[in-house]
Design a protein around this ligand. Structure first.
Ligand code: UD1
Length: 405
């Protein structure tokens, strides 16, 4: 019961921060979420010579001088999105040195599509163990056909193509809203990118970008997490700023499960007072289907719903590990391959559980809110990678929740 204001989007902010490397001047971002992944990207930008000043949600990045091409291991291995700096660095400096990136432990996360796309634009990579060196005499427009609509590979290809000579056509692009946001930001800085948010992006290379300002859009995954929390726990809440148009499938699903939804440009109202009904068989998919990033929170709602449900993970092959922790709370989830099945309604009981990655960690917190008795969730640092303050937000939605230092 209550209202939560939805923070700026992690997945929109990080690629725009990487893109700032292409601007030989100042980029000002507002509504940039105060999360640890943004701190990590700030450190990466500083490590190549950019000046970064962060005042709350405002970020001022001055990339007039880029003096180094080495991305430090400490930050690269901490966050998967560090890999999108490769395309931007090649675009700006024609050189980049980095390690195979880290990130959430949710299955295999190869970077072959990133490297293939950059190679087609003219980059040459050499590898020594986990260390990669990328160089390009010059980048030239190319025809790139991605084998899968990867979000990061699409972003990398666009970033490297912006200052390349000639025109680049990218096919089978990811259509996630964050790609459209990145392309709009780049165009606001003088790039010529067409088709962002569609399956086919055209980039006409330009010689230089200029200074610009950008407001980061609200985070659809954070909004979806809290909406699913209300669905699972019951109640009535307003999620102000929540981007309803980016959550169409999730809102339809919530309605099928028994929630009432009202949405406008200002946000989303969600109410679930009656029985929570199983939606049957679900699967995650590429945008606009149900996002893989909401799969773990959804498991919590499914085990609370009346009837049999299943949820098949179609994007990452190791993302159902959180079921084991949820089962310690009584979720009764059976996992077979990439499919999780449960029969509800299950009564969850509070206990101590451990987060192992970002979205799974958020799901454990939601489960704790729904469970009888106290729950303690360890490893909050994973959740802080993407949620500004999940405790603050759930408290403002009426949850009995606190944090220990
Ligand atoms: C981005 C999001 C992440 C989200 C994911 C899918 C950011 C910072 N992160 O991650 O929150 O869960 O999209 O919506 O925006 N793949 C390859 N080779 C590659 C690249 C990807 O095989 O070179 C595979 C991955 O293993 C995965 C699938 O493609 O199975 C999709 O991954 P991708 O869309 O690239 O995800 P990310 O960009 O890493």
């Amino acid at each position: 019961m209550g209202e939560a204001a939805i923070q700026g989007s992690k997945n929109a902010a990080l690629p725009v921060m990487a893109a700032s490397v292409l601007v030989p001047g100042v980029t000002v971002l507002s509504n940039c979420p105060e999360i640890s992944d943004v701190s990590c990207m700030c450190e990466l930008l500083r490590s190549v010579g950019a000046k970064v000043v962060r005042e709350g949600r405002k970020l001022v990045i001055d990339a007039s001088r880029i003096s180094r091409c080495h991305l430090p291991e400490e930050y690269v291995t901490r966050m998967r999105s560090s890999v999108i700096l490769a395309g931007a660095m090649l675009g700006r400096c024609r050189e980049v040195y980095f390690q195979h990136p880290g990130g959430c432990v949710i299955g295999d996360r190869p970077i072959d599509m990133h490297l293939d796309a950059l190679r087609q634009l003219g980059a040459v990579f050499t590898q020594d163990g986990d260390h990669l060196a990328g160089r390009a005499g010059r980048l030239s427009g190319a025809r790139i056909i991605l084998k899968f609509p990867s979000v990061g590979a699409t972003e990398n290809a666009v970033l490297a193509a912006v200052l390349a000579e000639g025109t680049t056509e990218i096919y089978r692009c990811a259509k996630e809203p964050e790609i459209r946001a990145l392309c709009s930001f780049l165009n606001g800085a003088g790039a010529r990118v067409f088709g962002g948010g569609s399956g086919h992006i055209t980039v006409e290379g330009v010689s230089c970008l200029h200074e610009s300002r950008w407001r980061v859009e609200p985070d659809r995954i954070v909004a979806g997490t809290y909406l699913i929390g209300v669905l699972a726990a019951g109640g009535r809440a307003r999620l102000s700023g929540a981007p309803a148009r980016q959550l169409t499938e999730v809102l339809k699903l919530a309605q099928r499960m028994g929630a009432q939804i009202a949405a406008d440009k200002e946000g989303i109202w969600v109410e679930r007072s009656g029985e929570l009904k199983s939606p049957g068989a679900l699967e995650t998919g590429v945008y606009p289907e149900i996002p893989t990033d909401l799969q773990s929170p959804l498991l919590v709602a499914l085990c609370r719903a009346q009837g049999k449900s299943s949820l098949t993970e179609r994007i990452f092959n190791g993302r159902l590990a959180v079921a084991e922790e949820l089962n310690r709370m009584g979720a009764g989830i059976e996992v077979e391959g990439n499919c999780a099945r449960t029969q509800g309604p299950r009564l969850l009981t509070g206990c101590s559980v451990t987060a192992r990655e970002l979205r799974g960690g958020a799901a454990l917190v939601l489960a704790g809110v729904c469970a009888a008795g106290y729950s303690r969730v360890y490893n909050r640092r994973f959740i802080d990678r993407g949620y500004e303050d999940i405790v603050r937000d759930l408290k403002s939605l009426g949850a009995d929740i606190g944090s220990e230092t």
